[in-house]
Design a protein around this ligand. Sequence first.
Ligand SMILES: Cc1cc2nc3c(=O)[nH]c(=O)nc-3n(C[C@H](O)[C@H](O)[C@H](O)COP(=O)(O)OP(=O)(O)OC[C@H]3O[C@@H](n4cnc5c(N)ncnc54)[C@H](O)[C@@H]3O)c2cc1C
Length: 361
Amino acid sequence: MVDSEAPLSVEKAEVAIIGGGIAGLSTAFHLTRAGQRGLVLLDREDQPGTYASGHNAAIARSLTGRPEHSALTAEGRRRLAEAGLLAPTGGLLLAAEAGGLELLEAEARSLGVEARRGPDCPLPGLRAAEHLAIPGDGVLDAAGLLRHCAEGARTAGSELRYGCAVTGLERRPSGFRLETDRGPLDAETLVLAAGAWAGPVGRWAGSELAFTPLRRSLVWSGAAHPAREPWVWWVDRPFYFRPESGGLLLCPCEEVAVPLPERGRQPATDAAVLEGLYGSLHELAPDLAEIPITRYWTGIRTFAPDRRFVVGWDPKVAGLFWVAGLGGHGMTSGLAVGALAAERFRHPCAEGPLDPSRFGN
Ligand SMILES: Cc1cc2nc3c(=O)[nH]c(=O)nc-3n(C[C@H](O)[C@H](O)[C@H](O)COP(=O)(O)OP(=O)(O)OC[C@H]3O[C@@H](n4cnc5c(N)ncnc54)[C@H](O)[C@@H]3O)c2cc1C
């Protein structure tokens, strides 16, 4: 006989991670490898990479111009190479105006990243006053990276639950009650790695931390282009490109605030970005100025108010841990961010430029 008055048993987890893009997966991977048990990762989509982690340019760029990020991108690049997930094509940072690369060169020196500065661009047909060649940078295997983290996390004991949306959160004396479309789950601690949705999901948990989702487009031209060239990125112009699938992947680097898209969708495309792209091509790479565009699409990069990553325990909401706001460097830094998150999770320390306590809310 079933007692209809008896409370339904609620599933329990020690740690619940919301979000199974690179932020959540790498955190799960590193936390379980460090010995954490009872970890359940929930993502509402059927597979990883439905949003930013599957809609990016896959450029491994170790120098970002922000030392607090470059420590992680340089370490992330090292880990990508170690895991066989990096094609070391090299990278070329260009400055249209002289003096634009000094900061990045200093960053390379302080991080021990090999970088060579010079006036004459090693690739023909590009307009730049100076360049910084980074031979160890390259193109990362985005799908392979997500698989690497997912398989590593599963093997070490995490449960990865894709196709499971968190629809609400309630704070409890000993943790959180997560409402999901597969039933409730009680978790002692909660890791928020929900990408563009980090802000709204955080509000359910009682946090006021706000993030800004910004649309960025990627453009592919099927016009034949040599496959083994480095990626090329102007630091003082909104433009980069790299070889992809026999053609070229180009980025007009727009930053447009957009509403969060409907589930499974990306922000709508806007043909106006192509005008900006052709303007950049005319100015900076005139040999490519007539290149045909085969297709283009969008993705979302998500930023905290000061545009720094957010990694650490929430100062106000007990039991809430953030891995969010990875902006435009989440794929390169992902393996290092997950390692940092696992370290901070297990050994709390409200210090450093990425700690959420900097917002004081
Ligand atoms: C156009 C573009 C180009 C880029 N190029 C590069 C590049 O070249 N190199 C680089 O290093 N980085 C690049 N980036 C940045 C990088 O892609 C991001 O920093 C990174 O993917 C962010 O990962 P994430 O896990 O935080 O977010 P996401 O990948 O968006 O993952 C968040 C997950 O949370 C889940 N979620 C949200 N809400 C809920 C809920 N209620 N319940 C359950 N699950 C939920 C979502 O389904 C999603 O899977 C680029 C980004 C864009 C958009």
